[in-house]
Design a protein around this ligand. Sequence first.
Ligand code: MIC
Ligand code: SF4
Length: 644
Amino acid sequence: MAKNIVEKIFEAHKAYGELKTGSPVGLRIDQVYTQDATGTMTWLQFEAIGVDRVKVPLAVSYIDHNMLQTDYMNPDDHKFLQTAAAKYGAYFSRPGNGICHQVHLEQFAAPGRVALGTDSHTPTGGGMGMIAIGVGGLDAATVMAGAPFELAIPKVVKINLTGKLNRPWVSAMDVILEILRRLTVKGGVGKIFEYGGTGVKDLNVPERAAITNMGAELGATTSIFPSDGRTKFYLKAVGRETDWVELKADDDAEYSEIIDIDLGAIEPMIAQPHSPDNVVTVKSLKGTKVDQICIGSCTNSSYQGLKAVATILKGKTVSEGITLLINPGSKQVYEMISREGLIADMIASGARMLEASCGPCIGMGGAPGSGQISVRSYNRNFQGRSGTKDAFVYLASPVSCAVFAIKGEIVDSRESGIKIGSFEEPSKYLINRSFIIPPLKAASDVKVIKGPNIKDVPVKEPLKDRIEAEVLLKAGDNITTDDIMPAGSKVLPFRSNIPKISEFVFSGIDATFSKRAKEAKEKGGCIIIGGENYGQGSSREHAAMAPMFLGLQAVLAKSFARIHKANLINFGILPLQFKNPADYEKAEKGDRLVIKDVINSLNGSQVYNIENITKGAAFEVVSDLNDRQREIILKGGLLPYMKK
Ligand code: MIC
Ligand code: SF4
C-alpha cells in the first residue's frame, strides 16, 4: 500500500498498537532533548522514577532559557542539569551554546528518526525530515527511562507547495505566517502537516525548519518535510553527511486533506497583536511607527536569516526611535557571522547584540516600554509574554524586521528602497562542538548538585470518587499556557520550585487566583472553565503541575490543546469537555460544582454529570481517555502510575 512519510516513519518505530487515525500507538524514540526551563523538572522526575541511565540512543540537555542570572537560582539549575546529564548519560549543551532547536538541527537532527523535546518548538527537526514532537517533561522522563511514547495517531495533512519564493523579500517566515492566517491557531490540532510538491526543492533545510518550527503555533502535533538532495547538501555542510537517508512519500500516498500553497504568490506578512494567526500583509500596515525590533529566536536565527539582516543594516543606522535587539540562535552561527564581519555591520548600525539564548522571546530581558510597539522575528506574540502587559507585539520575517529597524516604521521591504544582498547556501558551515559535553561512559560516582531553589516534584493523591469544588476562573477561547503559568524574568527562575511558582498561576489574568486556590483547597479544591483550544502554546508542564499543587481537580473546556491536555493527565487532573458546548454558560466563577461517581464514569461511559449546586443547574461533560490514560488519572498522575 502506498504510504506517506509520516506513516513510513511511524511504522519503523512502532512498539505496539495499530497505525490508525485516533488509535493509541507506542513509539520507540531515538532522541530526547530537554531545555533548562522544563528540564530541571524532567530530570528530577527521571531521578524519581529511579532508573540509573537514560535508555534512549541519544539524550541532550540544553541550557538556553534561564540565562538571566540575576541571582543564584538560574546558575544553580545549570549546575544541576550538568551534573544530572553526566550521571544519567546525556549530552550537555553548555550555556552560551545556543537555543536548543537551532543547535539540535545543526548537531543531531537526522532524517527518518523520531525525537521528543520538552519544548513546543521541537518540530523544528521536521525541516530535516524527522518526526520531532514537543512533550511535557514527565513524558520525556518516562521515555528516557525506557517506556515507549504513546500517541493517538494524528491525521496527516499534505501541504502541497508549488512555485518559488520571491527572494530576498519573501522568506520562510512569510510562508508559515500565511499558513497561520489561513488555518488559525487551532487549525492543526490532531494533525501532522507533511510538506510535499514541486515547491519543496525551493526551500533549504534552515528555511524548512523555520516553517516546521512555527507549525507549533497551528496546534499541530508536528510538521515534516521530505529528506532530499537539499537535506543531503545541508548535512554535508554541517559535517554529518552520513546521517542522510532519502525520505519521500509514495506516489499514491493518501492524506486526510491537501492544502495548496503557491510560494510565488506569497508576499511579506505580519502577525498583529496578540495572536500568531492574526496575520495580514505588511503593506496593509504601512506607516505604523515601531519602538522596538527583536531579531532571532528558535524560528529565525539561522546563518542565512542573520546574514540577510546584516546586509540590510550594513552602512546604515538604526532609526532614532527604535531599539534593535539581536539574539543569534547558536554559538556556531554567532561565531560564523562574527568571523565573516557581519556582526561588525550589525554593531556599527546600532544593533544591541544579545547572547545566543531565548532572551526577549520569553521575557528574559528586552521588554518593550509601556504601550510600545515591538516587531519580532519570533513565533509568539501573546499578550504580556514580552514582559510588558500593555505592549503590542507583531511577528514578521528577519528581512522585514531589519527594514523596519532602518525605516522606523512598518513598510513592505519591496517598496523600501533598501537593497538586500543575494544569498547562496553555504556548502560548508563553521563547525564548533566545543560546548557540547558528551556523556560519560560510567557515571555512578557523579554527585548531582541541587541548589536550595530545587525542590522535590509534588505528587497528587489518587482520584477522588466525588469532586466538589469551586469554579475559580472562567476563561474564553485560546487561553495560552503563558496565561496559566506565566514565564518572564520574575517567574522562570522558580521552574524548579513548584510551591513558589504556583503563586504566579494565572497572575496576569487574576492576581488573586493563587490565594483563592489555596483557600479553596481546604474545601475540596477548584475547577477551571475554558473555551476552545484551552492551553495552547508551550509544552510547560508547570501549567498543569502548579495548578495541581493548588488543588485543581478538573478543567472543563470546549476543547483542549494537545500538549497541555497530556500534561493535565500526567498530573492527575481531569480534562473534561462540554458534551454540549452551549453548557459553557451553565457555570460561572464562584459556583460550586459537584461531580459524583467519578471513578465509575471514568471507567465506564466517560460521561460525567455535573451539578451546579450554586445555580441549581445540571449538565454533562465527557472525557476521551484511553485505558492507559484512565489508569494514570486514577493513580493521581504518571509518576505514581510508573511506580505502581
Ligand atoms: C515557549 O516558547 O513558550 C517556551 C518557553 O520555549 C516553552 C517552554 C517553556 O515554557 O519552558 C515552549 O515552547 O514549550
Ligand atoms: Fe526559546 Fe522562544 Fe524558541 Fe521558546 S519560542 S524555545 S522561548 S526562542
